[in-house]
Design a protein around this ligand. Structure first.
Ligand code: PLP
Length: 359
């Protein structure tokens, strides 16, 4: 018998990340991966330097110190937190633990690519549900649920649309799921939304909701790979059984802990992002390029046609301005632009203005 991978795996398309360089150009502006333009907290950088003296030591395997810090800052119960190598690893744990061949994993039309990859990697059946005008449609998800549905993934705020559903809709979704299904609220951008609990109340009051969060976005630590999940105790117990004992590095743990405790830096990043995002969205709308009101650190700009969106993306790339063309998310007439610092936002708006003027 030939060597053959498990069913589903060859259906996975390789994840394509945002480009980070252009041949022959040095002044490249990368606005394609939703990275924090202000970088990580100085306290996190200092923690990394300190940790560099003990790289020979294995990291903590219970992540107690980081879980306590997250709990302090966000009012979460450390006993219900699981840390991962990015929130991607928490998504993978959930798929591995709860879905397999014959099971269905739901995500939405423009949903984040890792949900489909996670489902296929464990041989489960990915089920894509339509959105309504680039917003997650709770009724459509509930209508798509079956006895085989095991996991429902939605990012709130969503990537790449930047839109959100409200607390009442999220609650209705959790309440309406079949009894064997878990709702996963991916809060990768939750810290950008003032006053949003990212699903904390739902996790704490129900047995079928898990929230994921990351240090890759507002905390500016994408290079270190740290994320976490917040789950009811029985689910946490399951996930911890498949988690490798040393799944988060020592450097990642201390950097994340310092970053989450530096609430002044987080607040500065949130406020600056909101300010630049409003300015950029407004300036582009004036050029006839609208976007949905974004609650995250990027905007999804709509062009009159797919050809124009692609041409604009390519024209800016040739000048060293890297944006994300999102045809592979079912949005061929759109470009996702990460909110940069003030100078970057001005540079990208100016370049798009020149493209519009020339075309
Ligand atoms: C960026 C992003 C993540 C973060 O993934 P990490 O593995 O934590 O870096 C998760 N979900 C969504 C929707 C994202 O856009």
């Amino acid at each position: 018998m030939a060597i053959t991978p498990q069913p589903g795996i060859m259906e996975i398309d390789l994840y394509v990340g945002g480009k980070s360089h252009v041949d022959g150009l040095s002044n490249v502006l990368k606005l394609s991966s939703n990275e924090n333009p202000l970088g990580s907290s100085d306290a996190a950088k200092e923690a990394v330097v300190r940790a560099s003296h003990t790289l020979n030591r294995y990291p903590s395997s219970d992540h107690a110190s980081l879980r306590e810090a997250i709990g302090d800052v966000w009012g979460l119960d450390p006993e219900r937190i699981i840390c991962g190598a990015g929130s991607d690893e928490i998504i993978a744990f959930l798929c591995q633990a709860y879905a397999g061949q014959g099971d269905e994993v739901i995500y939405t039309e423009h949903g984040f690519a890792m949900y489909r990859i996670g489902a296929l990697a464990v041989g489960a059946t990915p089920v894509e549900v339509a959105e309504r005008e680039r917003v997650v449609d709770v009724d459509a998800i509930l209508a798509a649920c079956t006895k085989k549905t095991k996991l429902v993934f939605i990012a709130n705020p969503a990537n790449p649309t930047g839109t959100m559903i409200g607390e009442a809709d999220a609650t209705r979704l959790a309440e309406g799921l079949p009894e064997q299904a878990i709702l996963v609220l991916d809060g990768a951008y939750a810290e950008y939304v003032e006053g949003y609990d990212a699903g904390k109340q739902l996790v704490e009051s129900r047995d079928n909701v898990v929230m994921t969060r990351t240090f890759s976005k507002i905390y500016g630590l994408g290079g270190l790979r740290v994320g976490y999940g917040y789950a009811p105790k029985p689910i946490l117990d399951v996930l911890n059984r498949i988690r490798g004992p040393f799944n988060v590095s020592s450097v990642g743990l201390v950097a994340a802990e310092a970053a989450v405790r530096d609430t002044a830096h987080t607040e500065k990043c949130r406020a600056e992002n909101a300010k630049q995002r409003e300015w950029m969205a407004g300036a582009l709308a004036e050029m006839g390029l609208p976007s949905d009101t974004s609650t995250a650190n990027f905007i999804l700009v709509r062009f009159p046609s797919a050809d124009e969106a692609k041409a604009c993306h390519d024209a800016l790339a040739s000048q060293g301005i890297l944006l994300r063309y999102v045809a592979n998310y079912g949005l061929p007439n759109c470009i996702r632009i990460t909110v940069g610092d003030e100078a970057s936002c001005r540079r990208v708006v100016h370049a798009i203005g020149q493209f519009k003027g020339a075309s």
